[in-house]
Design a protein around this ligand. Structure first.
Ligand code: SF4
Length: 364
């Protein structure tokens, strides 16, 4: 075991923070190809060197300028004077004992913490990335909401979660979901720029159909997303079969009503030809009755869509996961519905990496 690695518990690795002076440099991860080319030209070097640096950052995911093999020393040294590579520092890496799921706790420049989760499946390895520190949307059942809103992540802080997790993972990441801490559409510009960078043909090259942006239902931004014709998939966190329950558990419904949300989802479908996915977190006594299943079918069955049912991951509060029998009978009501239904049994709940459990704490 080296100086830089201490084993805390059986499955936790604590990574000591590096000195603050280094962090004060401007991170390159997060910068677009155009911006990096401009930086390089301002330093007096030719344009193609900028493209090479871009590829080293996003395709090869190097951690040091000295690893940029085809870039001359003079350029690497000059870059190193003003820039560093990563905007995030990894603080804690936790592996679930129950499932092939890992959680990563990162620290930002000013000391705030965020989390990312990597879930491995037979066919897909999905990273769930954060877009804000905390969240202002205040869904009653969510651990992130308890932190309140602290700040929007920069493009670099969003993209670097993927870069660093991919470097630590032993398998290639096949899918990205913007579904960690925060409401992505309340950090719209940076989220779209981050998705564009992750999709860039000279960089990470993640296919647009493998990138999903999830929203609690910011109607104006869903419409904007549709109008701007982005190629990424859209998920909408619905969680209720009617307006009154949704207002109780998701206060955003008071300003972004259910009818307007359904209309926006349909605009997305009409403009993109892609089915929006509705996420439905199943909570005991809140939204898990047969009547709820019936009302849900009526609500979303009018338009092309998919449904993900996610049995609730408890966070020690008021809300509970329904019994297995209750979950089964809810699902049996959805057998002949006109949309595809998938059950997402959240992974990594033992390390609080399940959907709705992220709270950027190191006591998992
Ligand atoms: S569920 Fe999502 S949108 Fe709602 S409070 Fe949690 S992080 Fe924010």
């Amino acid at each position: 075991m080296g100086d830089h690695l201490q084993v805390h518990l059986k499955n936790e690795k604590f990574i000591p923070m590096k000195n603050a002076q280094k962090i004060e440099k401007v991170p390159l991860v997060g910068q677009s190809l155009e911006k990096i080319i401009l930086n390089v030209q301002e330093m007096g070097f030719p344009k193609f060197r900028g493209k090479q640096i871009f590829q080293w950052l996003y395709q090869h995911r190097v951690n040091d300028f000295s690893d940029m093999k085809n870039v001359p020393n003079a350029i690497r040294e000059k870059c190193g004077e003003s820039f560093n590579i990563h905007p995030l520092e990894l603080k804690l890496h936790t592996q679930s004992n129950q499932e092939p799921t890992e959680k990563f706790l990162f620290t930002l420049k000013r000391g705030e913490n965020i989390e990312s989760v990597l879930m491995k499946d037979r066919k897909r390895n999905t990273i769930c990335i954060s877009t804000q520190v905390g969240c202002a949307v205040d869904c009653d059942f969510c651990a992130t909401a308890k932190m309140g809103f602290q700040k929007n992540l920069t493009v670099g802080e969003i993209v670097d979660q993927f870069i660093q997790v991919q470097n630590l993972a032993t398998i290639p990441i096949t899918n990205i979901v913007f579904m960690g801490m925060g409401e992505p559409f309340l950090n719209y510009k940076n989220v779209i720029s981050a998705a564009d960078l992750l999709n860039h043909p000279e960089g990470t090259q993640m296919g647009a159909r493998r990138i999903t942006i999830s929203t609690a239902g910011v109607v104006s931004k869903i419409k904007q997303f549709a109008e701007e014709k982005h190629k990424y998939k859209l998920a909408i966190s619905l969680n209720a079969s009617n307006e009154s329950v949704r207002k109780e558990i998701m206060p955003i419904t008071k300003t972004h009503g259910l009818n307007a949300l359904m209309e926006a989802a349909d605009i997305y479908y009409q403009s993109s030809g892609r089915f929006p996915t509705f996420e439905y977190v199943l909570m005991e006594g809140i939204n898990d009755s047969l009547r709820d299943a019936h009302d849900l079918t009526r609500l979303i069955g009018r338009q092309p869509c998919k449904l993900n049912v996610i049995p609730y991951n408890e966070i020690g509060g008021y809300y509970k996961r329904p019994s297995d029998d209750k979950i089964k009978s809810f699902l049996s009501q959805l057998k002949n519905v006109p949309f595809q239904v998938t059950v997402r049994w959240s992974r990594g709940t033992d390390i609080k990496a399940g959907c709705g459990q992220l709270a950027a704490s190191s006591d998992s």
